[in-house]
Design a protein around this ligand. Sequence first.
Ligand SMILES: O=P(O)(O)OP(=O)(O)OP(=O)(O)OC[C@H]1O[C@@H](n2cnc3c(O)ncnc32)[C@H](O)[C@@H]1O
Length: 192
Amino acid sequence: MHKRTTNQEEAMPIVVVGSRNPVKVAAVQAAFAKLGDAWEVRAVDAPSGVSPQPIGHAETRRGARNRAQAALAAYPNAEFGVGLEGGVFEYDGEWYTGAWCAIVDRDGRVGWAGGGLILLPPAVVEGLRAGHELGTLMDRLSDEHNTKQKMGAIGLLTNGLVGRQETYEHLVLRALARWRRPEWFESEEEAG
Ligand SMILES: O=P(O)(O)OP(=O)(O)OP(=O)(O)OC[C@H]1O[C@@H](n2cnc3c(O)ncnc32)[C@H](O)[C@@H]1O
């Protein structure tokens, strides 16, 4: 993995998450821990610039990129900014929740990954149509508090089989593809 060399050769490289949601921060920590080098993970409140409950890929993806860029801008010494944005998606009358991840570096590259879709039940769909946020609806349905910062809709819906954190960790790992295989993403000129 490419690392920027600085005159502080010993300093750990920094990755900044554009959210203080502990689920998102833990997902980035777990993903970067797999890279082999020790990374320092910081978290900042970064505006998504989209609605509190993004609907559809375009809006959700934009929110992820805005958060990643704001995160990177907040830390001049950081190598990467990571944005994770949850959204809801409608296909053929069924509604799903999923997410997009954007990772940005100092050279303007953006790595993308999205998905992790899971079917939402009718009571939640009704609430979404009425303009409510998924987090609020999941709290109401499960009679729990702040579930979006715990197992999330994914954990509640699968009754603990898989959680929001693991799902987001996978998105971060996939969004790193362009730095794992730079030769496949960049022309020789750019890569040089
Ligand atoms: O603190 P931030 O980073 O804003 O985290 P968030 O969970 O509130 O915000 P997102 O922008 O990622 O998600 C947009 C909305 O979708 C909801 N959401 C997305 N994924 C969810 C999940 O797995 N469980 C519960 N709510 C979820 C949540 O209510 C958010 O208001």
